[in-house]
Design a protein around this ligand. Structure first.
Ligand SMILES: Cc1cc2nc3c(=O)[nH]c(=O)nc-3n(C[C@H](O)[C@H](O)[C@H](O)COP(=O)(O)OP(=O)(O)OC[C@H]3O[C@@H](n4cnc5c(N)ncnc54)[C@H](O)[C@@H]3O)c2cc1C
Length: 235
């Protein structure tokens, strides 16, 4: 059981037209592993709460960052007007979607906002210059949906062990990407050593299930090499 603590909002960062990051600080050390999540309760009369992944890395000290896709829910409405100085209640850390579960070669597969814990793990690996080989297949509808795009570009410049492959449904002539949906051919081409990698899958449950089935049934990846995080609440 994790006790709730009060956290003060210190910064709000728009990531895309419908994704927003919020940074909050609590008193004392903020200990968590890259990839873990928290429960946030908004201190308002509706008592709204959600699970959100921690999108910063433990190497980025002094705050906890969580990043929400803004929908038309009451929670999203209350979340999107949070401002520096506001207080929220959080419980953390939770979860085992963490790097300790993998070996040296990793493939991350993210659907949309499922990037948040993966961003945390990639940043941790980059800051620590970990001896890993990371391929990230990052699926989105269009370029404007890519959260943390510049962030990943900077990470790739500084940490050559990270390779990001964008997979978009909509073609964009000015952006280097694969057009379509992640399928076995894309994985075989972009991650040819897929049988030797640990896969981390994160996103809406339907996407995670589809990717797990594709990897295990069509590509023969052992189930023990597939680690998943389901963002319950998205289709
Ligand atoms: C471990 C974990 C980490 C997550 N990390 C993130 C993150 O980093 N960023 C992010 O944007 N979202 C994350 N989510 C999803 C998030 O908790 C919300 O469910 C999601 O954002 C939808 O909430 P909403 O208020 O936008 O929409 P809503 O309209 O409230 O939710 C859409 C539908 O989902 C249902 N629902 C909401 N929460 C749950 C739940 N926990 N279980 C089952 N059904 C539910 C609602 O009843 C509704 O029918 C995470 C979820 C989990 C479990």
């Amino acid at each position: 059981m994790v006790n709730p603590v009060c956290a003060r909002i210190i910064k709000v960062i728009p990531r895309t037209y419908n994704v927003k990051s919020i940074r909050a600080a609590v008193d004392g050390p903020m200990e968590f592993k890259a990839g873990q999540f928290l429960r946030i309760k908004l201190n308002n009369d509706k008592n709204l709460q959600r699970y959100l992944s921690i999108s910063n890395s433990p190497t980025e000290k002094g705050y906890l960052e969580f990043t929400k896709k803004i929908t038309d829910s009451d929670f999203s409405a209350a979340f999107s007007i949070l401002k520096p100085g506001d207080m929220v209640s959080i419980e953390y850390p939770y979860g085992a979607f963490t790097l300790e579960r993998a070996a040296e070669r990793i493939a991350f597969i993210s659907g949309g906002i499922g990037i948040t814990p993966i961003r945390s793990m990639c940043k941790f690996a980059a800051d620590k210059n970990l001896n890993l080989d990371i391929a990230l297949l990052y699926a989105n509808n269009s370029v404007r949906d890519i959260a943390f795009r510049e962030d990943f570009e900077a990470m790739q410049r500084e940490y050559s062990n990270l390779r990001v492959i964008h997979v978009l449904c909509e073609k964009d002539t000015e952006f280097s990407c694969i057009v379509g949906r992640i399928n076995p051919d894309i994985i075989k081409k972009e991650v040819p050593d897929y049988l030797e990698r640990f896969f981390f899958l994160c996103g809406p449950p339907s996407m995670v299930e589809a990717m797990k089935g594709l990897l295990a049934k069509e590509l023969g990846v052992p189930l023990g090499n597939i680690i998943t995080e389901n963002f319950q609440g998205y289709q």
